[in-house]
Design a protein. Sequence first.
Length: 202
Amino acid sequence: MKLSIACCLAATVALTAACKDNAANDGSDTTAMGEIATSATPDTMASPAAPSLSGKEFADRVAASDAYEIAAARLALAKSRNKDIRHFADTMIEDHGKSSADLATAASAAGLAAPAGPQPNAEQKALLDALEKAGPDFDRIYVDQQRMAHDQSLTMLRGYSGNGDVESLRDFAGDTADTVEGHLEMLKDMAEDAAEQGNKPS
């Protein structure tokens, strides 16, 4: 009888120790898996929200964007023989010229001075330089740049139209965002046409 009790106690102690070991192992495994999951998360997933722009900052960025778009379109008209790209470039000159005029009106309504003699920023100047130097790949490079630039512009316009601090510029941002969306649709159609011809922009 004493032997049976002793055996039971020994088994109980062994079982308790095993459970503790398993719990410890489970905890370390969970920690390790958590570390792996965290390290595998792309940096973009944790990117902070873009800071809000003041009315002047927004107006300056739009003015620089318009200047870049018009300059790039003029290069496209000078260097491309593709009728779709030339039509798109004509549209860019017209629409971004109108955007600059509308921006000046909206800024004036808010008592802000419209940017005088706006110029592309440093990044945009580098893009224009790449277009200047482009050879046979000009059309592809131009379309790639336009998709990137319009995506960025749309994000900025939508953001300011929802959270901007100047009412007239918010209205301008909402209206102009619709135009930019139209440009993106044109670029999408151009890409689909190019794909059918075996020359899809990357």
